[in-house]
Design a protein around this ligand. Structure first.
Ligand SMILES: [Zn+2]
Length: 192
């Protein structure tokens, strides 16, 4: 995980400089992935989960002018989660997948590193591959330095909402209890 380095893991975007400013860890699901296990998402659930994320100190933003192919992003130095409304259909399942994916990057931020132990990564990859070949293939397009984070985020996006929320409460427990973020930016790297 390299929050704050300015690296952008966007797929299918020509000038990475356009998004470099706001996307430290970015999601690009060129073919949206609807996990079979996450089927009961409603707007209420999305709203309540976003509220939980905000309670942990992370800003949640909805943009309508994202570059094409960018569905969402988490910008660690600003501790901000972005949802790209202009590239997402008005479908709660799709919004949920993006929110869950980006929230995994928030969890990594809370946790200060990977969510999985090294020996769990293989199983995570196998599970992602069994759920969606497309999602699995996307991982090959990321730079090695981002692949681990993206594996975890794709695992999380395929989990049932209650499990995603439980994970968030676990990894971001400190922030939820203190209700504020006291982490200085320099811990996360040097913002531009
Ligand atoms: Zn991601």
């Amino acid at each position: 995980m390299r929050p704050g380095t300015g690296d952008v893991g966007l797929l299918g975007l020509a000038p990475s400089a356009r998004v470099r400013a706001f996307a430290a860890l970015a999601l690009t699901l060129l073919a949206p992935f609807f996990a079979g296990s996450s089927k009961a998402e409603t707007w209420d659930r999305i709203g309540s989960y976003a509220a939980l994320i905000r309670r942990a100190g992370t800003h949640t933003l909805v943009a309508k002018d994202c570059p094409s192919a960018l569905l969402g992003a988490f910008h660690a130095p600003r501790n901000a989660l972005l949802i790209c409304a202009n590239n997402i259909e008005d479908d709660p399942r799709q919004v949920w997948v993006v929110l869950a994916h980006e929230s995994a990057h928030v969890m990594q931020h809370c946790h200060g590193g990977p969510l999985l132990a090294d020996h769990q990564v293989g199983n995570a990859l196998a599970r992602i591959e069994s759920q969606s070949q497309t999602t699995f293939q996307e991982l090959r397009l990321y730079h090695q330095s981002q692949r681990r984070d993206e594996i975890e985020a794709r695992l999380v996006q395929g989990m049932p909402p209650e499990e995603v929320e439980a994970l968030f409460r676990s990894f971001c427990a400190d922030r939820l209890s203190h209700r504020k973020v006291a982490q200085p930016p320099d811990v996360l790297g040097s913002p531009p």
